[in-house]
Design a protein. Sequence first.
Length: 164
Amino acid sequence: MATPIDMALSKYLLCKQAKYNEAMKGAAMTQSNVELIKEFYAAFARGDGDAALAALTEDVFWLEAENYPYADRNPYIGPQAVAEGVLARVPADWDEFVVVVEDVAPLGKDRVFSSGRYRGVFRRTGKRIDAQMAHVWTLREGRIAGFQQYADTLQVVEATRSGD
C-alpha cells in the first residue's frame, strides 16, 4: 500500500512530467514556426508566390513599416491583398532584390523574429540599397497570421527618389 509520501511524490512526478511534455510540445511548435518562416523566405527568393501565399491564413494581417513605399495600402488583409500590394510590386520595382536573412528566432509560442538586409536596385532611379530590416511574424495553427515590418525606410525612400 502506498504511503502518503509515495502518493505525494507520484503526484509531483506526474506534474513535472506534464510540464516537461508541454515544454517539449512548445519547443517543437516554436521550431516548426521558425521553419515555416524560413520556408516563406525561400519561396519568395525563388519567386514561388503560390507557395508563399499558401503559408498565409485567409485573414492574415500584414503591416509594412511606416514610410516604406508599400505602406501606402496598410493594412493588407488576406493573401490576395499581400500578393497585389507587396509581393507583386517588389519584382516590378526592383532589380536584383533579395532579402538576406541573418537571423530567425522564436518569440514565444506564436511569434517569430527575423532580421537581415534588403538589397537591390530601384529600377526607375538605378539607386542601390543595402537596408537593415527586421520582421515580427505571428503564427496560428501552422500558418502566418500576421506580419510587421521594420526597416531602414530612409535608405529605401531615398533610393526611390529621382534627381537626388
